[in-house]
Write a protein of this length. Structure first.
Length: 295
């Protein structure tokens, strides 16, 4: 499990934030900025030669890519392809063996505190403390992110994500769908400009999964946020992603739009393309195979 530890005292209270009667700042919509001014001329994420070795095993092998502002990019690959390790390095949670990651112009390895308030992460595989109530968990993260208007901010996000009735409930007593909503609330608490999502709809029923997808899509559109989504749900990726980065054995083998990948591999769905990649077939091999199957 990844441990996220931000240095306290790095946040500045937004000048526009007011004070309510109860001592909390005036609530904002989840699409509003909680951090400093964006550097409009910098791509949110620039990765160059990113490599991670664990002993003799190379988990991530010289990745280079850029995430442009306002785009939603899917990071796909089979088990062991390097997705989780890549996300951990983008978050600054583990140190690369080689290469660099720059987030909003800052080297995430040496200076992640400079941009921590402008990004966030959500995964159903990373549990919040189970004995704390939902409100207590969100208050902890509001403190970590330096959110000055924590009380009203939590109330606002909870109402918009329909978890206000869960705020006093112990987090360990929630269903999978409820935990996903709470995880999203945590991830959107600081209105991030960069949002990293690891399997956001894993183990959810179709209705809840669709609600999560619509929430993510709506947030990205209204906030103009940049999203990186690791997922095994190919139909989800086709619906959400502007671009797909396909990993195999720690390397990028494809970097294209979903439609372009489907066309290049001569397939009908992105799932078929994914299966070709994890089985080691190139676009040419897959296209020729598809033609033989069709004849």
């Amino acid at each position: 499990m990844f441990r996220i530890a931000w240095r306290p005292g790095t946040a500045r209270r937004p000048k526009s934030a007011g004070r309510s009667k109860g001592g909390c700042d005036v609530a904002r919509d989840i699409t509003q900025d909680e951090g400093g001014a964006a550097a409009a001329d910098l791509a949110p994420v620039v990765v160059r030669g990113l490599t991670k070795r664990f002993g003799s095993v190379t988990a991530v092998d010289h990745l280079s890519f850029t995430l442009e502002a306002g785009t939603t990019v899917a990071l796909l690959g089979g088990n062991g392809a390097g997705k989780t390790t890549t996300i951990a390095m983008l978050l600054g949670l583990i140190r690369p063996s080689a290469g660099t990651v720059h987030v909003f112009g800052a080297d995430i390895t040496s200076n992640r505190y400079a941009v921590a308030q402008r990004m966030n992460f959500q995964s159903p595989y990373v549990d919040l403390p189970q004995r704390l109530t939902v409100r207590q968990n969100l208050m902890v993260y509001a403190g970590l992110y330096g959110i000055a208007n924590a009380c009203d901010r939590i109330a606002s996000v909870a109402a918009q994500l329909q978890i206000d009735a869960l705020l006093e409930r112990p987090t360990g007593k929630l269903s999978a769908g409820q935990k996903t909503r709470v995880g999203l609330a945590k991830a959107l608490l600081n209105a991030p400009e960069l949002l990293l999502l690891d399997e956001p709809t894993a183990s959810l029923d179709p209705d809840t999964a669709d609600w999560v997808r619509q929430t993510i899509k709506g947030y990205a559109s209204s906030r103009g946020a940049t999203l990186l989504i690791a997922s095994h749900n190919m139909s989800e990726v086709e619906r959400l992603a502007d671009r797909v980065i396909l990993l195999h054995a720690g390397r990028i083998v494809e970097d294209e739009t979903p439609a372009a990948l489907i066309a290049a591999y001569g397939r009908e769905t992105l799932e078929d393309v994914f299966l070709d990649v994890v089985r080691g077939r190139s676009a040419t091999d897959a296209s020729e195979r598809g033609q033989r199957e069709a004849s």
